[in-house]
Ligand binder design. Structure first.
Ligand SMILES: [Zn+2]
Length: 291
């Protein structure tokens, strides 16, 4: 079901006064905490480019139909404020600056109490350097994302049910609290794990908390994460397509048993990876010519 919304409020015009073209914004789904929304913007007249400004995050939308249609994904972090929010669409030169207002719906997240090995709650002194190095390595991997979109559609990385714990508030050994930023899929040890979509391996290695870890860059700000792997069959820099074997599931790192932790990040927003499965297939630019 499409939720059609009209961006009516033209904000400040640029230094050179020019009429703002009417922009019509269509969202694939109602924006919710942890959600991924496919945005389509239609312009009354062609524009050379269109940028979506969401707070401090600015990213170009993908141009189509001679500059009258622009598309992109908007991610709502699992801890995003609920209620009124707006993003701004801007064309170069400042002549077009249009706000799109919407409401962020609350996500329905569980509370989980877990007992784990105490060394994973309070990191022991001798492991603190390693944890710091892991964090730096992950941050660096996220900086290596491709500007252009690499994916066209997504599939589940394992053929296993999810336990629906994306966004769950977690209580470890009765104290430490955190959000569960991914989704756990109940895959037995050794289950083949596939790339959820086309992309590039930006991290493959063993990390303290996430164990055997693969991070994929799908371009245009989107990454997926695969944790606790028992073995890894790809290396950093590899190009993968949807379904490429990344390794096998396991119980390495901070876990209570074997499973695949599958996560997704969209311009830094921690989103439910299952929402990627609901996105309409989106051919890469120029792919039409092949048919
Ligand atoms: Zn998990």
């Amino acid at each position: 079901m499409n939720l059609a919304l009209f961006a009516a409020a033209a904000l400040a015009a640029g230094a050179v006064p020019a009429p703002s073209p009417g922009l019509t914004v269509t969202a694939s789904t109602a924006p919710a905490q942890g959600g991924v929304v496919a945005i389509t913007v239609t312009s009354e007249r062609p524009l050379p480019a269109l940028v979506l400004a969401d707070g401090d995050t600015r990213f170009p939308l993908e141009r189509a139909a001679g500059g009258t249609v622009f598309r992109g994904l908007l991610g709502l972090d699992l801890a995003a404020s609920t209620g009124a929010r707006h993003v701004v669409f801007e064309a170069p030169g400042g002549a077009t600056r249009v706000a799109w207002s919407f409401r962020v719906v609350a996500g329905r997240f569980r509370v989980q109490s877990l007992s784990v090995d105490p060394r994973f709650v309070e990191v022991p002194k001798e492991e603190q350097e390693r944890v710091k190095a892991d964090q730096a390595r992950v941050a660096e991997a996220y900086r290596r994302g491709s500007a252009g979109r690499l994916w066209t559609s997504f599939k589940r990385p394992v053929d296993a049910p999810s336990n629906g714990n994306f966004g769950a508030r977690r209580v470890y050994n009765g104290k430490t609290r955190s959000f569960h930023t991914g989704l756990d899929l109940a895959a037995p040890e050794g289950t083949p794990v596939a790339a959820a979509g086309d992309g590039r391996v930006v991290l493959a290695g063993d990390l303290y908390f996430s164990g055997g870890t693969v991070l994929l860059d799908h371009g245009a700000g989107l990454f997926t994460q695969y944790f606790h792997l028992s073995c890894i069959d790809v290396k950093e820099g590899d190009t993968v397509t949807k379904g490429t074997r990344l390794g096998a599931s396991g119980h390495t790192g901070r876990v209570t048993g074997p499973h695949l932790h599958w996560g997704a990040k969209l311009f830094g927003a921690r989103v439910n990876p299952e929402n990627l499965l609901a996105l309409p297939a989106w051919p890469l630019p120029g792919a039409d010519a092949a048919h």
